[in-house]
Write a protein that binds this ligand. Sequence first.
Ligand SMILES: [Zn+2]
Length: 281
Amino acid sequence: MGVDSGLPDFRGNQGFWNAYPPFRKLGLSFVALANPRWFRDDPSLAWGFYGHRYNLYRATPPHDGFARLARWGAETEHGAFVFTSNVDGQFQRAGFAADRIVECHGTLDVWQCTRRCAAGPFPAPGRDVAVDLATFRAAAPLPACPACGALARPNVLMFGDDAWDGQRSVDQQRRLARWLAALDAAGAPLAIVECGAGTAVPTVRAFGEALAAETAADVDPHQRSRARRATRRHQRRRTRARRAGRDRRLPRARLTATAAGVKRSSHQVVVNQPAWTRLSK
Ligand SMILES: [Zn+2]
């Protein structure tokens, strides 16, 4: 989704380094940088990376695809719920209600204390982080916890991250569960609209598939078994590709098998993964 708003594509080292040339010189990939150790070992580098993204996400208006999804949601009786691993806050900026969004990997618009003091996550201050675009280092003073003054970090789940405060995401997921339960109680069918969820970080794809397999039961048993068979097929292909050491892009899971069974959809879940595929595909 984000790529269509003009946000950089982090797919592959070349794509990432084209957007962030100084990190090419340092030999640091996206995965290497998206690690909480930098907040301990080199805070100005850590905030150079996350601060630049924070500034960019704030300054980038969401593209028309977001408005279209919002319109689809608004036209249905029970509205829509977003499940995203994006951390760019674009759904909120596009006007989706904050209590109808799950950000399963957190967001750059909320920060937390690196010391995990009692303050808990807090809203980012809403002004740019000063980043030197030649070195991608953040200038002092670096963002700090308003309660204890220790270094702050984004409330974003990083690779190898055991210090992420995930409570906000848990609360969001509880709201989604309550919404799904309400739909179930009303006997209302569910449509899942998947935008760009890939297999590189498969959280969103897996969530969509599990939900499809589960809720298809209420629509049509035939559709349910089709969705389950498609999910199993997809998992087998993924396992084979992994065993063969192939990092190939797998075809989209057949969520359409479920969606096709929903003739009178009155609400939808939008599942979305960052910056990695285009809405139009
Ligand atoms: Zn603190």
